[in-house]
Ligand binder design. Structure first.
Ligand SMILES: [Zn+2]
Length: 285
């Protein structure tokens, strides 16, 4: 089974995770820029983070035969902080970089007027830079947030097939399916969405425009839940080709719209991580 995790925050994971992922068949990842837990207080904190997402992290991933791309944006939560909003003016130079395959994560957290403004401006940037957009849906009041998200997307002029609406569940999948946007699902150990529930959704809505991710970060999460979903699909009667479509070809098709997806080296270290101790610099020294 080859796996492309279209949404995972490797910055908050260890090399043990990269080794386990490579051994299990995860050959490519996309890491969206997001909130880091600790509030940032100035735009410089963002540029250092963005530089790490397109510099250090792809280098670290490559040691394990995992190809790494990023999406860049001002996340919805920090869009509310006036100290962070100047980041919007810094985005264009990052959106021109080779390894940036979408604008994201954008969308809503608390659905404030500030979030409205940042969301609309960043969808416009996606159109201007000819990039897809990765849209986060709020954890609270998800149905209303998703409905509002789709209205803003429709009004922005971006083509729906260039938008992935993420963190969906049984309540929100139908409206995104009807919109023509891609449907993203974050599989978590305890909350949100589980492999068996995901299999039911695939049965009901089909495999078109479906993206399955682990969204693993610094919270309780598991980078191998994409793989578990593939196993659950096989156990439920889906074919190897169906699994390959959902876990590999769909994310390739979605992010391939950027024209920048380069999968050279994907799987080069699968099974036996290329990590050779001396070939990667230790973080602390
Ligand atoms: Zn995320």
């Amino acid at each position: 089974m080859r796996v492309f995790d279209p949404h995972i925050h490797m910055t908050s994971r260890t090399t043990d995770d990269y080794a386990r992922m490579a051994a299990a068949g995860v050959r490519a990842v996309v890491e969206p820029a997001f909130w880091l837990g600790q509030p940032r207080t100035n735009p410089g904190s963002f540029t250092d983070y963005f530089d790490s997402l397109i510099g250090w992290e792809p280098y670290r991933a490559a040691q394990f035969g995992v190809v790494h791309h990023a999406t860049i944006a001002l996340n919805p939560k920090e869009a509310n902080d006036p100290r962070c909003r100047p980041v919007l003016d810094l985005l264009p130079r990052y959106l021109d970089k080779d390894r940036v395959v979408a604008v994201g994560e954008i969308g809503y957290d608390s659905m404030t007027p500030e979030e409205d403004d940042a969301f609309e401006r960043q969808l416009a940037l996606a159109v201007e830079h000819d990039l897809p957009a990765l849209v986060h849906t709020p954890h609270r009041d998800k149905a209303r947030g998703t409905r509002r998200t789709l209205e803003v997307v429709a009004g922005s002029g971006i083509a729906p097939e260039r938008v992935a609406v993420d963190h969906l569940n049984e309540v929100t999948v139908g409206m995104v399916h009807d919109s023509g946007c891609w449907m993203g699902f974050s599989i978590y150990p305890e909350t949100k969405m589980s492999p068996p529930r995901m299999v039911e959704i695939l049965r009901q809505y089909g495999l078109d425009r479906m993206l399955v991710n682990s969204a693993a970060d610094w919270g309780v999460s598991d980078p191998l839940l994409t793989l578990e979903t593939g196993k659950a699909m096989l156990a439920a009667g889906f074919t190897d080709d169906d699994v390959d479509r959902v876990l590999w070809r769909n994310p390739v098709e979605f992010y391939g719209q950027s024209g920048r997806l380069d999968l050279t080296g994907a799987g080069a270290g699968a099974g036996e991580p290329a990590f050779a101790g001396s070939s990667i610099k230790r973080g602390g020294d």
